[in-house]
Design a protein around this ligand. Structure first.
Ligand code: PMP
Length: 416
């Protein structure tokens, strides 16, 4: 992060038009224009997504895969078309490898239960990194208690870089599974997932990538990565809450037992024995979040139209601008300054409690997140209880950063 401040931060898309697509951005909070910098927690939704969900409920609302009437057909067609949209978005070989879940957390738990619980045994090792979100820590800890797998933690340094050589040294014949974030929500670190996957595959271990943060900021190609599983949430990519995706390689999904039992995931149910549906339906028990899935397809289409590489370039310049502007504030320290970084500005200010800062910023119309960001171990590593975190999206601007810096300056004066 050592480029000179880019005072212009130009986008290859029409930022005014883009902002006008997001109705929630156009409001005042405590008499100030809203500056929304909490995209790591959840993103705002464009009108295209909102309209799609509204249209579904107004015209097509019905259950999927169950009825022959027109509404059910329309709902099913849109639901299955959304699967193809996701498939294309992450370049999965087949739409049967796309499982709809309620979000990243459920996707990871699905893999924990249907793959790791089913195929690993006591003493087998699962490697995660020191900067994982709780949802990529706790499912493995539960399995540690329940079936005796051993959780191994790959280290990071005090810049927040993932230490690849140290990770490689942890890999051995006991390593059976690796679960790693592609972009840390607490630090913004981008991890070398391709190299991690290659190293894990060299010993026959399978790899899950937590793409909750990465999906909206980097181009994801699951075939180029060669990951075994990829998890993400709709709400982090301008789509509804309560919906997410698990991609898994077909052969693995076929070999895995179901995770939840119920309707939709079966072929035949009988008291003498039940047979299961094909993937992906085997993992989609019960009525899914149909409106959420259809809305998510609209969200992914929106991002595809803007172009993920244009988004990444723009956000990269904005991150550098933000980093250098924040560092002009006396006593401010950025937590996480990895060489490869995206979208997240986590910081602390000497003598200022993060939650006080968050409240005073809110009173000036600025939405950021304060706290441990569901990554308590990484906070412990940096010796802090909480940070303030501004997280960027393509609709943020240099003016948003300037507003943040000036609001922090005011807040710090008030708190001193
Ligand atoms: N992993 C990471 C890196 C995240 O940032 C988050 C959400 N903050 C999650 C997992 C969990 O996502 P969700 O709450 O949407 O299931």
């Amino acid at each position: 992060m050592n480029k000179a401040i880019n005072e212009t931060v130009t986008s290859d898309f029409d930022i005014t038009k883009v902002r006008s697509d997001f109705p929630a951005l156009d409001q005042e909070i405590y008499g100030h224009k809203l500056v929304y910098l909490d995209n790591g927690a959840s993103t705002q939704k464009p009108r295209q997504v909102i309209d799609k969900v509204k249209q579904y409920y107004e015209r097509d609302n019905s259950n999927v895969h169950r009825g022959i009437h027109t509404l059910s057909q329309r709902a099913t067609d849109q639901f299955e078309a959304a699967r193809v949209t996701v498939q294309k978005f992450i370049n999965a070989p087949s739409d049967s490898e796309i499982i709809f879940t309620s979000g990243t957390t459920e996707s990871i738990n699905l893999v924990a239960h249907s793959y790791v619980r089913a195929f690993l045994k006591a003493g087998d090792e699962v490697i995660i990194s020191a900067m994982e979100h709780h949802s990529n820590i706790v499912p493995w800890q539960l399995l540690e208690q329940q079936i005796g797998i051993k959780l191994v933690i790959a280290p990071i340094n005090h810049n927040g870089d993932f230490l690849f050589e140290e990770f490689k040294a942890l890999i051995g014949e006991k390593t059976k599974f690796v679960a790693i974030t592609q972009l840390s929500n607490a630090l913004g670190t981008i991890t070398p997932v391709k190299e991690i996957i290659q190293a894990a595959h060299a010993v026959g271990a399978k790899v899950l990538i937590d793409g909750a943060q990465a999906i909206a900021h980097t181009h994801v190609d699951v075939q180029a990565l060669d990951c075994d599983f990829y998890a993400f949430s709709g709400h982090k990519i301008f789509s509804p809450t309560g919906v997410g995706v698990l991609y898994g390689k077909r052969a693995l999904l076929d070999s895995m037992p179901p995770y939840k039992g119920g309707g939709e995931m079966i072929k035949v149910v009988s008291f003498s024995g039940t047979t299961f549906n094909e993937v992906p339906h085997k993992f989609e028990a019960g009525t899914p979040n149909i409106a959420g899935v259809i809305g998510m397809a609209a969200g992914l289409d929106y991002v595809s139209e803007l172009g993920i590489s244009k988004i990444a370039n723009y956000e990269h310049d904005l991150l550098e601008y933000g980093t250098q502007k924040l560092l002009t504030i006396e006593g401010l320290k950025i937590i996480g300054d990895a060489e490869h970084k995206a979208s997240i500005l986590s910081f602390q200010i000497d003598g200022v409690h993060a939650s006080d800062l968050g409240t005073l910023l809110d009173h000036q119309g600025i939405a950021i997140r304060v706290g441990h960001h569901c990554a308590m171990p990484v906070m412990e590593f940096f010796g802090v209880e909480a940070t303030a975190r501004a997280s960027l999206a393509f609709y943020n601007t240099k003016e948003d950063i300037d507003a943040l810096v000036s609001a922090i300056t005011k807040a710090v004066e008030m708190l001193k």
